[in-house]
Design a protein around this ligand. Sequence first.
Ligand SMILES: [Fe+2]
Length: 288
Amino acid sequence: MGVDSLGYVALNVSKIGEWSVLMEQVFGMEPRPRDGAIDYRLDSYHHRFSLYPSDHDGVAAVGWEVGSTAKLEATVAALRTRQIEVTPGSAELCAERKVKQLYSFICPMIGTRNEIYYGPLTTNTAFTPRRGISGYKTGTLGLGHVVFWVADLAASVKFYEDVMGFNISDYIAWDDNDAVFMHCNPRHHTLALMKEGPGAPAGALMHIMVEAQTADDVGYGYDLVRDLGIPVMIEPGKHSNDHTQSFYLQTPSGFWMEYGFGGREIGPDWQVTNYDAPMLWGHRFVGG
Ligand SMILES: [Fe+2]
């Protein structure tokens, strides 16, 4: 029971032109347009992001990957035991997501549409980035991580532990923030949950993180973001818990993306700790 990695993220976006600039010129991802939407490839998977033109902005679906049908069915059974409505994905939706089988449900804690799937379509042809980057650290670590604000932090953590199969990596509490970091594979965290607050409504996506193969990919990306006039929200720095070196930018949809490098992984001797600051150095809020 439980998921193995973050597989994909689908987004509704009101400014797909600005998103295209971000995804291609900054992140070097490979666009795969279809029926008005755009899928983006960044590794051996057919795609990891899908952007749907919309009159509003937000998460359309978070795709969680499992490695077997048995694990898929066990997780669906665990959801249904909790009276959560789980819907089998149609053949059309599986074809759109490029997976063998999936189920969807509305997360009772975050409110987003979750999809659990197995059997992603992959290719052996090389990823051809739109700028000279080394690529992304994915594989068994998954796409990266997502961070959401929630109303009930303790209950949300328990749901993702008991039903979705996550384990707690560590905690950070600073200023008025309260965050729990959770893993489902060696990536330090695939999901982080934060207590809602002023300007941080429950259910909203705070950011999506993607991890580069080299520090230079991130460094050149930072320069491109500055040159393109894309808002930098947090300056380059290094996190206290996962040791990722990264910066944060604001997407055309309002939520942020973190572009990082060098995150440490969860090992067998991992000890859960509680940090009093999110950064070792840098990571200054812009204007703060
Ligand atoms: Fe992050």
